[in-house]
Design a protein around this ligand. Structure first.
Ligand code: ATP
Ligand code: MG
Length: 208
């Protein structure tokens, strides 16, 4: 990795439950990488996401392994187990801080979908977060990012330019829909990488 005075490396973090990871996640990360010029995108499956407390989430090891499989063919992508290895709830601020410790001179970009970013005011230590990284909010069908700017208003004393919005080809794919399809015995082909589809079948995930 080059690091001279006029070259700051840019690292993306794609966080998510990834239960399972699908093409919506991969397209978003690749779009951000290309548009912002990220040197790498680290996919971080959450350990225990506080906003999904009470849901029946697949165990972290399976979600992490599916993330490894899905990212294997892209040289810019890698999967990290930092959150699944950490006990307790997973917060974006902790993950960003861990990545900064590993790459102290890099500029960090946290990539997230429009649905998740609309909840940004509920994120732990959001004002600190916006001071230490950029957020890339990618479009997702049925979520209007314009609302975000109204919502942030005067509440956050952060420059709006810390949150970048980005158009990605609209993919109406969600993990919820994939899980439901598997449960109902319907096809999930072309919604996610074949390697992940095979993993789901082999380990009989989402059947019950
Ligand atoms: P679930 O239905 O279980 O909530 P999901 O498909 O929303 O799953 P998550 O793991 O919750 O996937 O999402 C991780 C991140 O990826 C979030 O920031 C989310 O907004 C974003 N994301 C998920 N699917 C898409 C998509 N089709 N297009 C753009 N962004 C997406
Ligand atoms: Mg989601």
């Amino acid at each position: 990795m080059r690091n001279t005075n006029n070259h700051v490396s840019k690292i993306g973090i794609m966080g998510g439950t990834f239960d399972p990871i699908h093409y919506g996640h991969l397209v978003s990360a690749e779009g951000a990488r290309d548009e912002v010029g990220l040197e790498q995108v680290i996919f971080v499956p959450t350990g225990r996401p506080p906003h999904k407390f009470g849901y029946n989430i697949t165990n972290p090891r399976d979600r992490y392994l599916m993330t490894v499989l899905a990212t294997a063919s892209n040289n810019y992508f890698q999967a990290s187990s930092i959150e699944v290895d950490r006990p307790g709830f997973s917060y974006t601020i902790d993950t960003v801080q861990s990545v900064i410790e590993m790459h102290p001179s890099a500029q960090i970009y946290f990539i997230t979908g429009a649905d998740a970013v609309l909840d940004i005011l509920t994120w732990k230590s959001v004002e600190v977060l916006l001071n230490i990284c950029y957020i890339i909010a990618v479009t997702r069908p049925n979520y209007q990012l314009d609302k975000l700017w109204d919502k942030l208003g005067d509440i956050l004393h952060c420059p709006q330019k810390r949150i970048l919005s980005m158009e990605v080809p609209a993919l109406a794919i969600s993990s919820t829909d994939i899980r439901r399809r598997v449960h109902e015995g319907r096809t999930i082909k072309y919604l996610l990488p074949e390697s992940v589809e095979d993993y789901i079948a082999k380990h009989k995930l989402y059947k019950h």
